[in-house]
Design a protein around this ligand. Structure first.
Ligand SMILES: [Zn+2]
Length: 198
């Protein structure tokens, strides 16, 4: 346990010694506030870090991550909704131009949806993963992850302010799938209705 924490502390020391120099120009702008043009809904999975895999700088991405990168449907119930609050912040207040929903292969959250017994004693996971739309025609784990992105896209459009921005051409939604086995990304082509290399 100590080794993993020590790795972080060493990483922080390296970061603090180099960050201000490496990002001097960027930091000058960032102290005034953030103006990211891209928002990502990604998975909590430790293998899929959006800023790392997309080689981004501070200020580039507004990110929210949850189990299985799910966008829930809009809910006007006055309850607490973490992912929806992040969407509202990014889209209504920061006015991002692009929303990328980033799925990935070997997703533990998708697996939990397909094999609910592995989380049957959970307090929250079973309810959360019930949001994942399972494609009965393609029970394969990675195919389900890709199908779930399509469902999240539909859920995005159930948010009135997202639908309005998309229809007005003020924002685009992208569905990307990261394959851990070869570090490739495929993007969904809405015209051809298939995932194609990015
Ligand atoms: Zn995942």
């Amino acid at each position: 346990m100590g080794n993993s924490l020590n790795k972080l502390i060493r990483g922080y020391r390296l970061f603090s010694a180099t960050y201000a120099l490496q990002y001097e120009d960027i930091l000058k702008n960032l102290t005034a506030g953030q103006t990211p043009e891209i928002m990502i809904v990604g998975c909590s999975d430790s293998r899929v870090d959006p800023a790392l895999m997309l080689n981004c700088d501070p200020g580039d991405l507004f990110v929210t991550r949850n189990v299985a990168n799910v966008v829930p449907p809009f809910a006007d119930d006055k309850m607490i909704h973490g992912t929806s609050a992040a969407l509202e912040f990014g889209i209504r207040h920061l006015k991002v131009k692009h929303l990328i929903i980033l799925g990935h292969s070997q997703c533990g959250g998708i697996n939990a949806r397909l094999n609910p017994t592995c989380v049957e004693d959970s307090d929250f996971l079973t309810n959360w993963t019930s949001l994942i739309d399972v494609n009965d025609k393609a029970p394969d784990l990675n195919e389900c992850a890709k199908h779930s992105l399509l469902n999240s896209h539909q859920n995005c459009l159930s948010f009135p302010w997202i639908k309005k921005k998309v229809e007005a051409g003020e924002m685009q939604i992208h569905l990307w799938f990261f394959d851990i086995t070869d570090a490739s990304i495929h993007a969904y082509n809405f015209d051809d209705k298939e995932y194609q290399p990015l």
